[in-house]
Every structure is written in structure tokens, then in C-alpha cells.
Design a protein around this ligand. Structure first.
Ligand code: ATP
Length: 308
């Protein structure tokens, strides 16, 4: 007879939108310097870690078929990194319940990495410090540290050096996932190509003081007036139909419409929850996108839902 199954540990992790993404020229290491203002939004993946004989990944949710289930999955890489640092086996079953659009510029893979770290740390009782978790996150990818901390933060360097930002209110958002994905490296290549073609010198990226103020005061109109995404022209060049979706959202009452990160998810800042529902409804009937979601920000970072 087998005993009762060991209970798993579940971590819930938010998606993000970049309310400002200022991109510098390419660095010798191929990355770009960024001034990246992250805002965590209330769309979540859940990662459940359960003891197992070997490292195994499973995934459920509407985009599950697009998620790799081998060791290239960022959640698997996170578990392996934590296990290696603590001299233990990474035998664990990680189940990802995926609600964040895949390859949508909302840091879904990064969220899963942060969730796997927090869940494995609790399951294995490795008691990693916050600093250690942040260090592993930065090794795994530029957006992973923010998935751990959530809220709002300015990311500098390649986006991984975080300074928390105070947020003075709740912002209402609509997100439209496009039919198809965009590869983040391809969007950066297109950014470089467009800059070269236009003979543009790319200035050092800097956070907008007016935008940081808008977050601090919680003023949606001021945030809308100051949001920007330097990757948007590159994303639109690779995915031209996004321009129609952005126009539809603006005409439906969005204070501002922009591509989320490297896209192709588009984001709409609404003046109220009711306005967000109206914008979502218009986007749904326009049939230019795959799924439309309304939510609020800021959202907390990676959090355990079940304690052992
Ligand atoms: P970002 O906003 O950080 O640039 P993204 O949201 O555009 O990323 P992701 O959903 O993180 O994109 O996925 C990008 C690619 O990473 C996917 O196409 C997939 O092949 C790979 N990947 C690895 N692990 C995961 C994961 N846990 N979830 C989703 N994709 C993953």
C-alpha cells in the first residue's frame, strides 16, 4: 500500500507590463542597457512543486501546448540552479498552471522561474535568503528578479538591477493577447535594424521623472501621458496588425494604448474598472486579438499559496 501523497507547494506569480521601456544601443555582450519601469499586473501563473523521482514539468492552461516541458523551461532551470547551490537533487515535479500569455511580452516564463524558486525553496526547506533568490533570478533572465518582487520597480542594467517604486493607487488595465507570438531577441534585432536604417544615435536610457511621479500619485491620466515603449516601432514592424488593435483600444476609451514589452500583447490603461470592461468588450467584438483580459495593478510578487 502506498502512503498519502506528499502535498505540493504552490507559488502564485504575476505578469508584468512595462509602463516605460527605454532602450539604449547594443552593448558588447549583445544585451541593451535599459531603463525599464515594471508594473506587476493581476494575471497570474501558479507553479506547484511536489516531490518526485526525477525533474519533471507539466503545464495546463490555454497556451500550454506552446510551453517547453524539457530542461529549457525556465521553471526547470530555476529548480536546477537552486538545487545545485544547495548540493541537493532537483528531483521535483513542477506543474505550471498558465494564465499568462506565452511569448506575449508579459514575462510569463520569468514568472514561472520565480514561482519555481519560491516553491522549491519551501518544498526542500533550503531557506535561501532573499538576496540569494534575487541572485539566482538575475542569472536566469533580466525579467526574473522583478517577477519575484512584484509591485513596481525601475530595472536598470539589462533590466535586472531593481529599485522599488512606490505606487499611490490602483490602475485599471486591459490586455489583448495577439494571435501568434514575437521572439524577444527578434524584436531587439529589429530595434537595432531600425535605428541603423534611420541613422539614429540611441541616447542612454533614463527613467522619466514625470512617469515615476504619476505612479507615486496613482494618477492614471498622468501615467497615460508619460508611458512609452522604445520597442513598440520594432514590434509593429514585425507584427503590423497590432497597430489596428491599438487604434481600436484608443477609440474605445483607453487613456493610452501600448505594446507590452516586446509584444505582441497590447496593453490599454483605462480610467476606471467600468471603462476597462467597455474597452475589453470593443476589442472582443473587433476580433483582432486572441484573448482579452481586464485586471488591476500593482500586484504582489511571487507568493506561496500553501505553506508546508
Ligand atoms: P518577456 O516578456 O520576458 O520577454 P515573453 O512573455 O515574451 O517574455 P515567455 O512567455 O516568457 O515570453 O516565453 C518566451 C519563450 O520562452 C517561449 O516561446 C518558450 O519557448 C520559452 N519558455 C521557457 N520556459 C517557459 C515557461 N515556463 N513558460 C513560457 N515559455 C517558456
Amino acid at each position: 500500500m502506498t502512503g498519502p501523497a506528499t502535498p505540493g507547494v504552490t507559488a502564485r506569480v504575476p505578469a508584468k507590463v512595462n509602463v516605460q521601456l527605454a532602450v539604449g544601443g547594443p552593448r558588447p555582450d549583445g544585451f541593451h542597457d535599459l531603463a525599464n519601469v515594471f508594473l506587476a499586473v493581476g494575471l497570474y501563473d501558479e507553479v506547484t512543486a511536489t516531490e518526485a523521482d526525477e525533474l519533471r514539468i507539466t503545464c495546463s492552461g490555454p497556451d500550454a501546448a506552446q510551453v517547453p516541458l524539457d530542461r529549457s523551461n525556465l521553471a526547470a532551470r530555476a529548480a536546477l540552479a537552486l538545487a545545485e547551490r544547495h548540493g541537493r537533487s532537483a528531483a521535483v515535479h513542477l506543474h505550471i498552471d498558465k494564465d499568462i500569455p506565452v511569448a506575449g511580452g508579459m514575462a510569463g516564463g520569468s514568472a514561472d522561474a520565480a514561482g519555481a524558486l519560491v516553491a522549491c525553496d519551501a518544498l526542500w526547506d533550503t531557506r535561501a535568503s532573499r538576496e540569494e533568490l534575487l541572485e539566482i533570478c538575475a542569472e536566469l533572465g533580466s525579467d526574473v528578479p522583478f517577477s519575484l518582487v512584484g509591485g513596481a520597480a525601475l530595472g536598470t542594467g539589462r533590466g535586472e538591477r531593481l529599485t522599488p517604486i512606490e505606487v499611490g493607487g490602483t490602475f485599471h488595465w486591459v490586455f489583448a493577447a495577439a494571435d501568434g507570438g514575437l521572439s524577444t531577441p527578434a524584436v531587439y534585432c529589429e530595434f537595432d535594424r531600425l535605428c541603423a536604417a534611420e541613422g539614429r544615435t540611441v541616447p542612454a536610457p533614463e527613467a522619466s521623472p514625470a512617469l515615476l511621479d504619476a505612479l507615486r500619485t496613482g494618477d492614471p491620466k498622468a501615467l497615460a501621458d508619460t508611458m512609452s515603449n522604445d520597442l513598440q516601432p520594432a514590434a509593429l514592424s514585425l507584427f503590423p496588425s497590432l497597430a489596428d488593435t491599438l487604434r481600436t483600444g484608443s477609440a474605445a476609451g483607453a487613456l493610452a494604448s501600448l505594446v507590452s514589452g516586446s509584444g505582441p500583447t497590447t496593453a490599454y490603461l483605462a480610467p476606471s474598472a467600468a471603462a476597462a470592461e467597455d474597452i475589453a468588450q470593443t476589442l472582443r467584438t473587433s476580433a483582432t486579438c486572441r484573448t482579452i483580459r481586464t485586471t488591476t495593478a500593482p500586484a504582489p510578487g511571487a507568493q506561496l499559496l500553501t505553506a508546508r
